[in-house]
Design a protein around this ligand. Structure first.
Ligand code: LLP
Length: 381
């Protein structure tokens, strides 16, 4: 059960997101401690959660920022991240976004196509600057995760495919305002089978040989993010196994002297620290189970509707005998359902419901569909 005080939670108008800053700090400390054993550098993937107090913790523990839009770059820099620790990825960076990031002299652009390289070179030339770049390579490694969050297969839109690399290297020779400093990979998200990362390491080692054979020296290898969390057991597994994760890369990556390894973790750092808190509006009789209709819906947490993903649901107000409920939101879509036939203690109007593990890709993916108000964020700890 969510370990935050019910009394405290009851004071706020629902729905709202609650963040447990103590758990967040413990998570970040463990991640940083394990990364530092190998001198690995973590860039927090802002896309998971861009709230100021969350970013403060990320920055204070010493992480850089991994951004996928001009506004994320701006948010990171305004929050106090040094531009030297900001990377900017994405398949579709607009000219305005690139120009903003060039003006900020960010650490690195992770580039995803030949066409993007040409445009970036043009824009950098116009400013009399040299842009540091990493090539995002599509390693064709299966992450064994949901197809919508698989990114490292040849069928996906992300990255430069292996067979294009000779042409890309030839192209780079003609683009004087780009400096190639690294390689970038990201195979997907919510990866719980670590063997996918081992396969990634094998591919990275092969790409390293290719670049070495072309006399290209690379300062860093960025292996992306993707480490999953335990949505089923947030209590037993509040902090992912960072020790095993970083040890795997240390064991299997074959680095060149002086080469840095960068990571872009999002979900693993922040997911378990956040919950969506909602109240039961109505109980309605259904055919096989009853419906518990909440005041939160897919507008506050779209993951179940979009990826059929599981989030643990708890009734914080009741300890009565369990019954089965379809837990749904108020939005005019049948996909607005947090869980089917969920066992909950007998549930009544006004009960407080926690939907767990909502700290990553919850609030950031909220929408105003049905002209819904934006839910507040509460920080405890
Ligand atoms: N780096 C790149 C290039 C990425 O595309 C992503 C996530 C990350 C890092 C961070 O991945 P993480 O460590 O959080 O797995 N909305 C989906 C997840 C989309 C992930 C997109 N890219 C969800 O709710 O499951």
């Amino acid at each position: 059960m969510l370990s935050l005080s019910l009394q405290e939670l009851q004071q706020h108008a629902t729905p709202f997101y609650v963040y447990d800053l103590n758990l967040l700090r413990q998570t970040l400390q463990q991640a940083q401690q394990q990364a530092q054993r190998y001198n690995f550098q973590v860039h927090y993937a802002l896309k998971a959660n861009t709230n100021g107090p969350i970013l403060d913790e990320m920055r204070q523990v010493g992480f850089g920022a991994d951004c996928v839009s001009g506004n994320e770059v701006k948010r990171a820099i305004e929050n106090g991240f040094s531009p030297q620790h900001v990377v900017f990825a994405g398949v579709g960076k607009s000219d305005a976004e690139i120009n903003y990031a060039l003006d900020q002299d960010i650490f690195c652009f992770n580039c995803e196509s030949s066409h993007e390289l040409i445009v970036l070179n043009e824009l950098a030339t116009a400013k009399g600057k040299t842009a540091r770049i990493a090539l995002r390579i599509n390693p064709n490694v299966n992450a064994n995760t949901h197809k919508y969050i698989t990114t490292g297969l040849e069928e996906n839109k992300f990255g430069i495919n292996a067979w294009e690399l000779p042409d890309v290297l030839a192209l780079l020779k003609t683009l004087p305002n780009l400096a190639l400093i690294g390689l970038h990979f990201h195979i997907g998200s919510q990866i719980t089978d670590l063997s996918a990362f081992r396969n990634l390491c094998t591919r990275v080692n092969e790409f390293q040989e290719f670049f070495e054979s072309h006399s290209v020296q690379l300062e860093h290898i960025n292996v992306g993010g993707g480490l999953g969390v335990d949505y089923y057991n947030p209590e037993q597994q509040p902090i992912p196994d960072f020790e095993a994760y970083f040890a795997l890369f240390n064991q299997f990556l074959e680095l060149r002297p002086g080469q840095q390894v960068h990571f872009e973790l999002g979900r693993a750092l922040v997911a378990q620290s956040g919950s969506l808190i909602s109240r039961v509006l109505y109980i309605k009789k259904g055919v096989t189970t009853n419906f518990a209709i909440l005041d939160a819906g897919m507008t506050e947490l779209i993951r179940p509707a979009l990826y059929q993903s599981y989030h643990k649901i708890e009734n914080l107000s009741s300890t009565a005998e369990e019954e089965r409920y379809d837990v749904v939101g108020p939005i005019c879509e049948s996909s607005d359902c947090f869980g089917k036939a969920v066992a909950l203690p007998e549930t009544n109007r006004g009960d407080l419901i926690a939907i767990r593990t909502a700290g990553a890709y919850g609030e950031v993916m909220a929408s105003s569909y049905n002209l819904r108000d934006k839910a507040a964020a509460i920080y405890i700890g």
